[in-house]
Design a protein around this ligand. Structure first.
Ligand code: NDP
Length: 329
């Protein structure tokens, strides 16, 4: 039995190569469920995993792909049987364990979630890890008191994967969404997803000299980090929260404690990788109910395994709009 996979091989300390290769099943890693993958995607982290010295992948050759959706082919775990539709995000699959950029994966049953009936495997990967993180962010904001009556909610990195799904979900839930983008040409796209207005990146991507600015945002889903996150913290309304999801703009946080002490604002950390099973099921259920699935179509950029190396570079350069869906077959 064989399967195709995108194999990343180490050439030397400064170089890796990535190519589609046909492998035999005995090369699959240990695990108690084998999944015939139907769709996967390309996330920002996949872009990193396909670069040398990325700090994430430890052994080569490696199959990247931090998420996938498909059908169970065989299972030694009573929770899953052949034919079940499943999805996987996180658990460092695609980093320390062979991942989803392949026609087959062998994984631990604990890492899988049964796909909700409302979602196809293709739509599940249009959501992918970026979408799951966006939903965890929305849930965290709601758990800290956010509701549509509280005021405008900001989404940063809005035209990217996390931002697109956050914009669509928040818009669908009745929030006034202000979408930050550095690509003005995506304005119509963002408005079609549910943004009420567009904020130009340069208005908000440098730190202010003042630790507190006008109280503007009731909440924020932040995919960018760095100076933009610092700026947003000083613009939150009293008691407002920002869910920190990503670092597309940098990992520093040049802020002060003033907004926390004088406005009682909250900085909520969002991790989708190690979330307990119950939270994952909650997230996928919320995706099925709160994400307008017809809007996913506008976000999808379809690709094959062979397209992935180029797309991986594009995502690191912030060139991808919405979500890439890779049909591995
Ligand atoms: P994308 O590349 O699809 O989107 C990132 C967006 O950020 C870009 O589209 C761009 O939006 C904006 N951006 C890029 N560079 C800059 C910059 N220098 N300054 C300001 N804005 C910038 O990536 P994803 O949406 O998939 O991921 C976003 C972040 O979230 C990544 O850091 C990723 O690692 C992280 N992430 C975290 C997860 C978690 O569990 N915490 C899970 C998934 C992702 P625009 O063009 O609209 O300005």
């Amino acid at each position: 039995m064989t399967f195709d996979a995108l194999l990343v091989e180490k050439i030397n300390d400064d170089e890796v190569s990535a190519s589609v290769q046909t492998l035999t099943d005995d090369r699959l890693p240990d695990g108690n469920v084998t999944v015939a993958i139907e769709y996967t995607t390309v996330n920002y982290k996949d872009g990193l995993c396909m670069r040398p010295k990325n700090g994430l992948v430890r052994t080569y050759p490696h199959v990247p792909g931090i998420d996938f959706a498909g059908t169970v082919e065989s299972s030694d775990d009573p929770r899953y049987k052949p034919g079940d539709k499943v999805v996987l995000t996180g658990w460092r699959v695609g980093e320390t364990h062979w991942g989803g950029l392949a026609q087959k994966a062998r994984v631990n049953a604990d890492w899988l979630v049964r796909l909700p009936d409302a979602l196809s495997t293709e739509l599940a990967m249009a959501v992918g890890t970026a979408g799951v993180a966006a939903i965890h962010a929305v849930i965290a904001l709601e758990d800290h008191g956010l509701n549509p009556g509280k005021g405008e909610v900001l989404v940063t990195g809005a035209a990217g994967g996390v931002g697109s799904i956050a914009t669509a979900v928040l818009g669908n839930l009745g929030y006034d969404v202000a979408a930050v983008t550095g690509r003005p040409e995506t304005s119509d796209y963002l408005k079609s997803l549910g943004a009420s207005r567009i904020v130009a990146r340069e208005e908000i991507d440098t730190v202010s000299k003042r630790p507190l600015e006008s109280e503007t945002w009731a909440g924020c889903v932040d995919a960018v980090g760095g100076e933009m996150l610092a700026r947003v913290i000083g613009q939150l309304k009293y008691g407002g929260s920002v869910a920190a999801v990503g670092l597309a703009g940098g990992s520093s946080l040049p802020t002060t404690v003033i907004p926390f002490l004088l406005r009682g604002v909250n900085l909520l950390g969002i991790d989708s990788v190690m979330q307990p099973y119950e939270n994952r099921v909650r997230a996928w259920d919320r995706i099925a109910t709160d994400l307008p699935l017809e809007k996913l179509g506008a976000m999808i950029h379809r690709a094959t395994l062979a397209d992935v190396p180029e797309l991986a570079s594009d995502i690191l350069e912030g060139k991808i709009k919405g979500r890439i869906v890779v049909d591995v077959n």
